[in-house]
Design a protein around this ligand. Sequence first.
Ligand code: ATP
Ligand code: MG
Length: 306
Amino acid sequence: MTTMLASDLPLPRIGRGKVRDIYAVGDDRVLLLTTDRISAFDVVMAETIPMKGAVLTQVSAWWFRQLEGVVPHHMISADADEIIKEVPALQGHRASLAGRAMLCRRTTVFPIECVIRGYLSGSAWKEYAAQGTLAGETLAPGLTESAKLEPAIFSPATKAETGHDENITIGRMRETLGDEVTYSLESMSRAVYTRGETISRGQGIIIADTKFEFGRDDDGRILLIDEVMTPDSSRFWAADVYAPGRPQPSFDKQPLRDYLDIERRAGRWNGDAPPPALPGNVVDATSKRYLEAYRLITGADLEIGR
Ligand SMILES: Nc1ncnc2c1ncn2[C@@H]1O[C@H](COP(=O)(O)OP(=O)(O)OP(=O)(O)O)[C@@H](O)[C@H]1O
Ligand SMILES: [Mg+2]
């Protein structure tokens, strides 16, 4: 399978995120094309990570299938042949679509990232350790790093156009989206996380936290959109080595972050674009991590039909 930094499909391109290229398909659908771009510390690397786009798309597709009946979602198809049947303009572009493309219902995206935290980690642990709060709300005292949060905590963040997303209180979210939408997004996030946690636990994985996006379609329905419970949107831990009181080994971009940390500490990178060039072994290790994540989450190896 060919690796891809940027796509060029014969459809109107309506967006380019850090990782995805977004195309309009008529008025009511979008094609999300997940490239092999990778970002770390909010900087997009110059290299591609082979198979990463396919892993992210197919992990999301697998979850959308598990979520039938739990929440309405945007996926129409993540199969290249089905997509070409639906969108004949894409004939001749099968190689660019294979594994990485998802045809979706188009929505107006709510400008809030819906984060669910089942465990106290990352920025949430930092805030709690410093002031006993999470997104400004007081938590029980005496929690340790990586402690299980019961019930899981809904901690929304603004979708920043550039730079870091900012955690906000549910009160702020209500001011932005109204009571009713806020309630719906929180309940839907909890329902998806609960299903995800239950399924993952059976595979020996803990979903420590994860981020969802939602949008509203033309019929006024709220849909789960974007990517779902992927290594880019979630923190996954191996259940068999989980022990609270310390950070957990996670199977995500750690080899890449470790390399960038070394470069930064050595004074060879200032943390802004352009990032340092990635050595082949870091690219390979990262690609392997993504493929392994696919296998652990879905229980099967990733096979992309040519
Ligand atoms: N069904 C949908 N309808 C409309 N937009 C969607 C849909 N699903 C996903 N999107 C949007 O497509 C974009 C995906 O791009 P990508 O994930 O690369 O962006 P990003 O760099 O993570 O930045 P951000 O997600 O904060 O915009 C997101 O902006 C997301 O909100
Ligand atoms: Mg995104």
